[in-house]
Ligand binder design. Structure first.
Ligand SMILES: [Zn+2]
Length: 144
């Protein structure tokens, strides 16, 4: 299991590297899955796992968010993502980070709610007006 997870992460890192190179040329590559799931063939199954109160630049410590974001985790391989919007309710994703662009997650508990601070590589922030991220499926908490 640990081995599988490690493998997934290295595949993810490669995907991100390729994605970054491709953005300079073809905008249509954005439709391709941004990372593949080690467990599910139809993409990551993302479930809401907490409220992100702080999105911090991993290098400078600067706070990057003005509103609360959402924290998601794949029920299969544990891939994580944070998003400004609420794609699990078919709302616009907005600004987001996935996988290796999130360097650290600090979780706390506030009255039973998982409150999360994330450290991110701000240069890898993405944004979309879509309600999905290619390669990721978002489910409401009740569906998990
Ligand atoms: Zn997954």
């Amino acid at each position: 299991m640990t081995l599988k997870k490690g493998l997934g992460k290295s595949i993810l890192a490669v995907t991100f590297a390729l994605g970054l190179t491709a953005t300079s040329g073809l905008s249509s590559t954005a439709l391709a899955a941004e990372s593949s799931c080690a467990t599910y063939s139809d993409g990551h199954h993302m479930y809401l796992k907490g409220v992100v109160t702080s999105v911090l630049d991993a290098n400078t410590g600067k706070k990057l968010n003005n509103t609360q974001w959402a924290y998601y985790k794949c029920s299969g391989d544990g891939e994580i993502a944070v998003a400004e919007g609420s794609p699990e309710f078919k709302a616009q994703v907005g600004r987001y980070y996935t996988g290796a662009s999130i360097t650290k997650v600090v979780q706390g508990n506030l009255k039973g709610v998982n409150v999360v601070t994330v450290y991110v590589k701000s240069s890898q922030e993405r944004t979309t007006t879509s309600t999905t991220i290619p390669g990721y499926k978002f489910y409401q908490p009740s569906q998990g």
